[in-house]
Design a protein around this ligand. Structure first.
Ligand SMILES: Nc1ncnc2c1ncn2[C@@H]1O[C@H](COP(=O)(O)OP(=O)(O)OP(=O)(O)O)[C@@H](O)[C@H]1O
Length: 529
C-alpha cells in the first residue's frame, strides 16, 4: 500500500470562518480505490460565494445587506486526508427514487415546521423536485457531491441539499456510497443526527434534502477559540453529544467510521449534528441487556456478559447485499436478557427497595462486526484499519479518542510530516500529550483508554458507549437531559458578505438549470466534481 499515492482532493468550504491557514489547508483529501490500483486527483476548491440571506430556526427570516469586507476569502480549512481503500465498490443498480411519504417514522421530528412545509407541497404537487427549491449558495462540497443552502419555495424553510451527479457517481463507482448514505440518513431519527426530509432525482442529479446547520463545523469553530482549542467544558459538551450520536448509530447497526471535527456541524441552537455517512459500514446487531435492573451496580466486581452477533463479518459486508435493509431499523431489534447472576446470589427485594434503581443496560452495538475496508481520514484512522486486520465498531471509539484529543489540544496526536508518517505513528508510536497541556487527568485518562491500539482492549470495545459515559471525564453530564444543556456558543444568524454573482453554467450544469427552470439563475452556483 502506498499511502503517499496521489489522492483525490475534495474541498470543504465554510464561507464565514476565519482560519489558521498555517495549520491546515482548505483541502480534504480522499483516497479511493483498491490498495494496488491507481488513484487520481479529482478535487477542486469551491469559491465560497455568499448570498444575502439571514436564517433563524431553519427559516429565511430576513434579507441582510452585504457586509462588504472581512472574510470573503475566508475558507474553512481542513487538510484531513480521507481514505477509502479496498472496498472496490462496483456500480449497483440505483434504487428507484422515492420521496418519503410522511414523517411518521421520525417521531422526534414530528412537530418540525419543515416537515409541514414539505408535506404541504407534496399534497399540492405530488412528489418534490428541484423546481420546488431556490438554491441560495453552496455550503461546501465533498467527495460525492456538493451541498447547497436551499429554500423551499412558497415557504421560508431552509434546507441543506446535497446534489450528486449520477453520471459522475457511476463513472467513479460511487453509486454505492451514495446509496449507503441515503439509506442510513433515511433511517435516522435522533437530535444529534441529520433529518432527511426528502430525496428526489432528476435525469442527471440525485438530491438529498436535509436539515441545514447554520453554525458551520467544529473544525472551523475550534480555529476560532483562544489557543485554537476548546475549553474542557466545551469539549465535554460536544463530545458527549457526539458520543450519543455514535451510540445511536451503533444501535442501528451503523459503524460511522469518519468521525472528525469537520463532520460535526453546529445547529443554530448550538447543539451538534453529525453529518456525512457515505463511508459508514452497516451491519446487523443483536442488542442484549447485560444488566436488567438494580441487581448489580458495580461493574468492576463482575465479569460482563455480552452477546453481540457479528453478523457482518467480512469485507463483503460493505456491499449492500449483506445487509438486510430492514435490519437497520430499530424495530428489528429484539433485546435479549442475559442473566447476570444466579438467583441465589441476588439481593433480597427489601434491600433493593432501598436503593436507587438504575436503568437496565443494553448493549446493542456491533462490537464484533468486521470489515476489511480501508476508510477514514489519515490522522483519525484506527491502527486495525491501517494494518488491515479487519475492524468493527471499536474504530469509532478510536476516532472518538482522536476527536477528543483534537478538541482539547488543537491538534491530533499522531500527525506526521506526511500521510505515510502519520499512519506509521498511529500504528507504532505511543500516545503523548503536550507537556504544557492544562488538560485534566480525567480527560487524559479517557483519551488514553480510547487510544489503545489493540481494539480488544480499547475502552468501549465490550459494552459500547456505556463504558465511556461512566468515565469520570463525563461526571456531571446529565445524559437524559443533554438536549437542554447550555451550549458553549450559539452561532450567529447567517448573513451575507457579498451578493451572489451571476454564474456561467458549465455544460454539465445546464441540465440542472433547466430542471430548475423556475429558479433565478443568480442564485445558482453549480460546480460539480
Ligand atoms: N446539513 C448541513 N448543513 C450545513 N452545511 C452542511 C450540511 N451538510 C453538509 N454541509 C457542508 O457541506 C460540506 C460538504 O458536505 P458533504 O457531506 O457532502 O461532504 P464531506 O463532508 O466532504 O463528505 P464526502 O466527501 O463524504 O461527501 C460540509 O463540509 C459542510 O460544510
Amino acid at each position: 500500500m502506498n499511502c503517499e499515492s496521489p489522492i483525490p482532493l475534495s474541498c470543504k468550504l465554510s464561507a464565514s470562518s476565519s482560519v489558521d491557514m498555517s495549520t491546515k489547508s482548505s483541502l480534504s483529501s480522499t483516497i479511493t480505490g483498491s490498495s494496488s490500483g491507481d488513484v487520481s486527483i479529482i478535487g477542486k476548491l469551491s469559491d465560497g460565494m455568499m448570498s444575502d440571506v439571514k436564517i433563524h430556526d431553519g427559516k429565511v427570516s430576513d434579507i441582510a445587506k452585504p457586509l462588504g469586507s472581512g472574510g470573503g476569502g475566508d475558507v474553512a480549512t481542513n487538510s484531513a486526508s480521507r481514505v477509502s481503500y479496498g472496498s472496490n465498490v462496483s456500480d449497483s443498480n440505483e434504487s428507484s427514487c422515492s420521496s418519503f411519504s410522511s414523517n411518521g417514522n421520525k417521531p422526534h421530528k414530528s412537530n418540525d415546521k419543515r416537515w409541514e412545509a414539505i408535506q404541504k407541497i407534496r399534497m399540492r404537487d405530488g412528489a418534490l423536485g428541484l423546481n420546488h427549491f431556490r438554491l441560495l449558495r453552496r455550503l461546501g462540497c465533498g467527495d460525492i457531491g456538493s451541498v447547497y443552502l436551499a429554500e423551499l419555495r412558497s415557504s421560508t424553510c431552509c434546507f441543506a441539499m446535497k446534489v450528486m451527479d449520477k453520471g459522475s457517481l457511476a463513472s467513479r463507482k460511487k453509486l454505492l456510497r451514495a446509496q449507503t448514505e441515503r439509506e442510513i440518513l433515511s433511517s435516522l431519527d435522533h437530535p444529534f443526527l441529520p433529518t432527511l426530509y426528502t430525496h428526489f432525482e432528476t435525469e442527471k442529479f440525485s438530491c438529498l434534502v436535509m436539515e441545514f446547520c447554520i453554525g458551520g463545523d467544529l473544525h472551523t469553530l475550534r480555529q476560532r477559540q483562544p489557543g485554537k482549542h476548546f475549553t474542557e467544558q466545551a469539549a465535554r459538551f460536544y463530545a458527549s453529544q457526539v458520543l450519543l450520536a455514535l451510540e445511536y448509530l451503533h444501535m442501528l447497526g451503523v459503524v460511522y467510521r469518519d468521525l472528525k471535527p469537520e463532520n460535526v456541524l453546529v445547529r443554530e441552537d448550538g447543539h451538534i449534528m453529525l453529518s456525512d455517512f457515505d463511508l459508514s459500514l452497516r451491519c446487523i446487531v443483536s442488542p442484549t441487556v447485560v444488566k436488567s435492573s438494580s441487581l448489580d451496580t458495580d461493574y468492576s466486581r463482575r465479569s460482563p456478559a455480552y452477546c453481540v452477533q457479528p453478523s457482518c463479518a467480512e469485507p463483503s459486508c460493505v456491499q449492500p447485499a449483506c445487509v438486510q435493509p430492514s435490519c437497520v431499523q430499530p424495530s428489528c431489534f429484539v433485546p435479549r436478557l442475559l442473566s447476570q447472576k444466579s438467583k441465589k446470589n441476588r439481593k433480597p427485594k427489601n434491600e433493593i427497595g432501598n436503593q436507587i434503581t438504575p436503568l437496565p443496560e443494553l448493549v446493542a452495538e456491533p462490537t464484533d462486526a468486521r470489515s476489511m475496508s480501508f476508510v477514514g481520514t489519515h490522522e483519525y484512522l484506527a491502527p486495525e484499519i491501517i494494518k488491515g486486520e479487519g475492524h468493527g465498531s471499536a474504530v469509532d471509539w478510536w476516532t472518538f479518542g482522536i476527536f477528543l484529543y483534537e478538541l482539547l489540544h488543537g491538534k491530533t496526536p499522531f500527525k506526521g510530516s506526511g500521510n505515510r508518517a502519520t499512519l506509521f505513528n498511529v500504528v507504532g508510536q505511543p500516545l503523548k500529550f503536550p507537556e504544557t497541556s492544562g488538560v485534566s487527568f480525567a480527560a487524559r485518562d479517557l483519551v488514553r483508554g480510547l487510544l489503545v491500539k489493540d481494539p480488544q482492549h480499547r475502552l468501549a470495545s465490550k459494552r459500547g458507549a456505556t463504558e465511556i459515559k461512566q468515565h469520570p471525564f463525563f461526571d456531571g453530564v446529565n445524559w437524559a437531559l443533554i438536549r437542554s444543556a447550555t451550549p458553549p456558543e450559539i452561532p450567529k444568524p447567517l448573513e451575507s458578505e457579498a451578493p451572489v454573482s451571476k454564474v456561467n453554467f458549465p455544460l454539465a450544469e445546464k441540465q440542472i438549470a433547466s430542471d430548475d427552470s423556475n429558479s433565478s439563475a443568480s442564485y445558482l452556483d453549480f460546480d460539480f466534481f
